[in-house]
Design a protein around this ligand. Structure first.
Ligand code: FAQ
Length: 334
């Protein structure tokens, strides 16, 4: 369905375009230029399709692997109320994974194939989920910082040029906003509690702050995909722009909460009208996405095990679908 002999540079057709496909490519270009949505049946350059599959699959895998750090605390939630909130949040993340795999499938890939790539480490998931959740305060901090970063990054994706991804993001972002609020509400309750609870929150913020900043990806100068993804309207802002937006949004929230963000260089810069912040440890980021973060092996082993344990469900669903199809054939013959 998708031909690959069109070469694109900065979003426009260049020499090498098959004459038959040139009008289709021009149509695609016009769609992007007019900020309209590309839909699954439309012609699209192969590189656009591949970029979307990479990003949407990585995003879906992140939601699925992202259930693990918080899932770790479901059985140890301090009250029935906290347990139901946490259960609902983790279930939402499973739902986000499903919407995103469905969006990826509209690009001609199969969910089973994507899962295989995740569990064999051929596709990535977000670096953030390779850190451990050591205290219940981590549940609040993940909601506040990790979902907060996810919202900053994902709200612009509601305007992504690819229709199914953009539409999936609308619902996901609404749910992420609720997640962030529940995290902040939990932290406010802990900050109103005992000294030990306040210390627990601060210790958690100290551990999650820098990894949250890494979620936005490498600095713009080292981001191989940003320029082309922005030309295609997949990404609407660069990694550094969104990271800055997150820092500026979070500083007053930290002050209201009464916690300190662990960066001595963090301060308001009136000339830039934004906060300056310290250097991110990009070596750590590279190590984590290369598979050597604190929990990479554990996260993948758990996902592999869950996949194996779910084999009977897939077999039963396939057998049921075959039975239904056979019955439909018989009814047609009769
Ligand atoms: N971790 O050229 P760029 C969530 C990779 S969902 C791991 O800048 P791009 C919800 C990147 O893929 C969190 N890998 O790439 C939740 C590329 O790989 P390649 C996930 C990373 O795509 C909350 C290479 O590095 N969100 O949190 C990371 O233009 C709470 C070069 O990078 C999304 O996926 C990273 N942090 O920009 C769930 C949002 N950063 O080509 C549970 C959608 C970069 O070498 C609990 N994705 N890489 O294979 C995006 O917006 C973009 O893909 C970026 C990266 C911004 C993540």
């Amino acid at each position: 369905m998708y031909r690959t002999n069109i070469r694109f540079k900065g979003g426009s057709v260049v020499a090498g375009t098959d004459e038959l496909e040139a009008p289709l490519a021009a149509d695609f270009d016009a769609t992007i230029a007019a900020d309209r949505r590309v839909e699954p049946r439309d012609w699209m350059p192969e590189a656009y399709r591949k970029t979307l599959i990479r990003q949407i699959a990585q995003h879906a895998h992140s939601e699925i692997i992202g259930m693990q750090p918080e899932g770790n605390w479901i059985l140890r939630a301090p009250s029935l109320r906290r347990k139901t909130i946490l259960l609902a949040k983790v279930q939402d993340e499973a739902g986000h994974g499903m919407y995103l795999y469905a969006a990826a499938e509209t690009l001609g890939v199969d969910r089973a194939e994507l899962t295989e790539k995740l569990i064999t480490s051929k596709q990535k998931y977000s670096s953030i989920f390779n850190y451990p959740t050591l205290s219940y305060a981590d549940i609040g901090v993940i909601g506040w910082l990790v979902d907060g970063a996810a919202i900053c990054n994902q709200v612009p994706l509601c305007r992504c040029s690819y229709g199914p991804y953009a539409r999936a993001m609308v619902r996901i972002c609404k749910e992420e906003s609720f997640h962030q609020r529940q995290g902040y509400e939990l932290l406010m309750a802990m900050m109103r509690g005992t000294d030990a609870q306040r210390e627990m929150v601060q210790e958690s913020v100290d551990r999650w702050w820098w990894p949250s900043l890494m979620m936005f990806g490498p600095p713009d100068a080292d981001s191989p995909n940003t320029r082309q993804s922005m030309a295609w309207g997949i990404k609407r802002h660069t990694n550094d722009e969104l990271r800055q937006r997150f820092v500026d949004m979070t500083v007053p929230q930290a002050a209201a909460l009464g916690v300190t963000l662990p960066d001595p260089e963090l301060r308001w810069n009136p000339e830039r009208g934004a906060h300056d912040y310290g250097e991110i440890d990009w070596d750590e980021f590279k190590r984590v996405i290369a598979g050597s973060g604190p929990c990479n092996a554990q996260r993948l082993a758990h996902r592999r095990r869950a996949h194996e344990n779910g084999a009977w469900v897939r077999e039963a669903a396939t057998a049921y679908a075959e039975k239904q199809a056979a019955r439909a054939r018989e009814e047609k013959v009769a």
